[in-house]
Design a protein around this ligand. Structure first.
Ligand code: HEM
Length: 398
């Protein structure tokens, strides 16, 4: 597709493989107005990075309507750092970043190793697994839940809640999706609110306690902000990582020579993880709104204009990446935009990198002759790109 007028962000064929359309549209124009979505779309690396860094293009939260029905969903977003600009963003991000730093991400490495081994133990003798359900999903959920202090018995609640909420970020959502998102948001917020209150009465050594304390000091977070921050961390803390593991392992399986290199030299894992995020990123579109008239790549956008950075397109821009369609686990430099850029740059990037670089070599070592048993089943969602299931086989442990 090389005509922006034909681009339909809900078209299953586009969603299944957006990369050929990205290439054609990027070549046609790095920043183009897309009538159907009412968005200026940034296809090039330069323009997408500029969208994320330009301070007059902000994340401005507008409550979804009808207000009376969508309040539980709105409540969780209105008070999030990701949906706000300074000064709110600075205050919310600083408090969460402090809490995060106290958790000492690096200290988590032995736990990530242990959890990965336990997950592989459960499938090792059978020689087959669903990479999503058995490994890629439970690993980041367990890590972020532990960091926040969500009891192990409650962890199965998190992914279904998150899944229903993030469905609202897609362009093909239906009224049924909205209803499901509202009930998930209601239950999730109620659950986290109760947990924060318990932590205030009986502090633990976890991030929820820190958020609860920040709330008590008066200067810090309101209770709604603490709830929204905790839900944001729990959701953002696993959604993308699940899909990087899934999309990335599929890329490795489709490029066996790259898989062999990584198996032979696990020290390549950090570079391989960056390439997994560049090549088939889990998050494809982030919106901004012009708070004042702004010039972007020679185009003058009026105040109120809506713009989106297309991360998956930026990551394949030949102006920045040599042979961008090639999956190369030793690519260097690799300035992909998978974690965003500017003031909203992913707060969890160190945690995500630690998780992925720790888990990947363990999975490959403990799943010899890993191969696809069937074609991966895609989720067929545009904004959050991933697979529903990836059935694999490997040589079982005797
Ligand atoms: C490989 C996995 C991950 C990817 C690819 C990813 C990607 C991103 C991106 C692109 C943004 C920027 C959004 C924007 O500009 O509007 C972002 C923001 C954010 N991410 Fe991640 N993320 C990942 C993992 C995590 C994890 C593990 C956490 C755990 C806490 C996390 C927490 C956040 C938060 C809190 C923000 C908002 C930052 C702000 O608004 O200042 N992410 N992430």
């Amino acid at each position: 597709m090389s005509d922006i007028a034909e681009l339909d962000l809900r078209d299953p064929a586009f969603v299944a493989d957006p990369y050929p359309s990205y290439a054609a549209l990027r070549a046609q124009g790095p920043l183009q107005y897309h009538e159907r979505s009412g968005l200026w779309l940034a296809f090039s690396h330069e323009h997408a990075a500029a969208v994320l860094r330009e301070r007059r293009l902000g994340r401005l939260w507008r409550d979804r309507e009808p207000l009376s029905e969508l309040e539980p969903f709105n409540l969780l977003h209105r008070h999030q750092m990701m949906e706000n600009e300074p000064p709110e963003h600075t205050r919310l991000r600083r408090l969460v970043a402090q809490a995060f730093a106290r958790g000492h991400v690096e200290r988590l490495q032995p736990r990530v190793e242990q959890i990965t081994h336990e997950l592989v133990d459960a499938v090792a003798t059978s020689g087959s697994a669903d990479l999503i359900a058995d490994v890629a999903a439970p690993l980041p959920v367990a890590v972020i839940a532990e960091l926040l202090g969500v009891p192990a018995s409650d962890r199965p609640l998190l992914r279904p809640w998150s899944d229903a909420i993030v469905r609202m970020y897609e362009y093909d959502r239906t009224p049924r999706d909205e209803a499901a998102a509202v009930s998930a948001a209601t239950e999730f917020a109620g659950y986290v609110r109760a947990l924060l209150r318990r932590r205030r009465q009986a502090p633990h050594d976890d991030l929820l306690t820190h958020l609860a304390a920040a709330q008590e000091n008066g200067v810090g977070l309101s209770e709604d902000e603490a709830v929204a921050s905790a839900v944001l961390l729990l959701n953002a803390g696993h959604e993308a990582s699940v899909n990087v593991l899934g999309n990335g392992i599929v890329a490795l399986l489709r490029h066996p020579e790259q898989l062999d290199r990584l198996r032979a030299d696990p020290a390549l894992a950090p570079a391989a993880v960056e390439e997994m995020i560049r090549y088939d990123p889990p998050l494809h579109l982030f919106e901004r709104t012009a708070t004042a008239a702004v010039e972007l790549g020679g185009v003058r956008l009026p105040a109120g204009a809506k713009v989106a950075a297309l991360l998956g397109s930026a990551n394949r821009d030949p102006a920045v990446f040599a042979a961008p369609e090639r999956f190369d686990i030793t690519r260097a430099p690799n300035p992909h935009l998978g974690f965003g850029a500017g003031i909203h740059f992913c707060l969890g990037a160190p945690l995500a990198r630690l998780e992925l670089t720790t888990a990947l070599p363990i999975l490959l070592a403990r799943m010899p002759e890993l191969r696809l048993l069937a074609e991966p089943v895609p989720r067929l969602r545009f904004v959050i790109r991933g697979n529903q299931s990836i059935q694999v086989a490997f040589t079982p442990r005797r």
